[in-house]
Ligand binder design. Structure first.
Ligand code: NAD
Length: 248
């Protein structure tokens, strides 16, 4: 039997990148998986893996609550949705700041607020939030709004863990370095002008990696799986870095 046999999992931003890899890892381990994404088209192919795929904008509080109530209760929640703004304290726009906090932080609160009552009724659950190595672990150039929100995710995670540790709830977050996902491709493209070319921009991202390569989404998904699965049952309130030695 798989490591998550009999478990119900809920994933946000599961259309591509780390969220998709985690949804597939959960399904591989025998879980019943509800995978959601803003962009329904990106969920194509997940049904073939036995996954229930649903369109969901995590900025829509009513839709978050309705989707979780209709498909729960869940044993495992992976809050993956997030956006990477490239700015510094001077260039950050008000709307960048507000959007970053709404998506990267507030939406995690709303998902947990909707899913936690079902977990408590069942006597336990595991919550995994997406943070980043950028933020509380490392200050990264041009990641002002992003790093600020990802540091907030660590605080959110530890707070939830503290309040519900005696109720069977675990809450941890993952702090990846640079992961080769579609949105990283967008950031590389955005830096092509400064770097001289797309190839040079990609080489700059790869060049700052201690291992000389980027992470794959599947490598991050294995940590998310560990923090979701019973073998991590004594682990809570942690921000686990997975960065190929970048922050060493
Ligand atoms: P990605 O950025 O390529 O894809 C993000 C997905 O989120 C898309 O499928 C998109 O449709 C979905 N999405 C966007 N807005 C949404 C909304 N309002 N509601 C629901 N879904 C929405 O994927 P990624 O690079 O794997 O990033 C996923 C998470 O991992 C983010 O929180 C990101 O900050 C974090 N992260 C990424 C890296 C990296 O290098 N890629 C590193 C550390 C942390």
């Amino acid at each position: 039997a798989g490591r998550l046999q009999g478990k119900r999992c809920f994933v946000t931003a599961a259309g591509q990148g780390i969220g998709r890899a985690a949804a597939l890892a959960y399904a591989r381990e025998g879980a019943t998986v509800v995978a959601t994404d803003l962009d329904a088209a990106k969920l194509a192919g997940l049904a073939e893996a036995g996954i229930t795929a649903l369109a969901l904008n995590v900025l829509d509080d009513a839709a978050v609550t309705a989707t979780i109530q209709a498909n729960g209760p869940f044993d495992i929640v992976f809050n993956c949705a997030g956006f990477v703004h490239q700015n510094d304290v001077l260039t950050c726009k008000d709307e960048d700041w507000d959007f970053a906090f709404a998506l990267n932080v507030r939406a995690q609160w709303k998902v947990i607020q909707a899913a936690l009552p079902g977990m408590l009724e069942q006597g336990g659950g595991a919550i995994v939030n997406m943070a980043s190595a950028a933020g509380s672990v490392k200050g990264v150039a041009n990641r002002f709004a992003y790093g600020t929100t990802k540091a907030a995710v660590v605080g959110l995670t530890k707070s939830v863990a503290a309040d519900f540790v005696t109720k069977g709830i675990r809450c941890n977050c993952v702090c990846p370095g640079t992961v080769d996902t579609p949105s990283l491709g967008d950031r590389i493209a955005a830096n092509a002008g400064v770097a001289g070319s797309v190839e040079a921009a990609r080489a700059a991202f790869v060049g700052r990696q201690a291992m000389g390569r980027l992470a794959t989404p599947g490598e991050i998904a294995e940590l998310v799986l560990y923090l979701s699965a019973p073998e991590s049952q004594f682990v809570t309130a942690q921000a686990i870095v997975i960065d190929g030695g970048w922050t060493n």
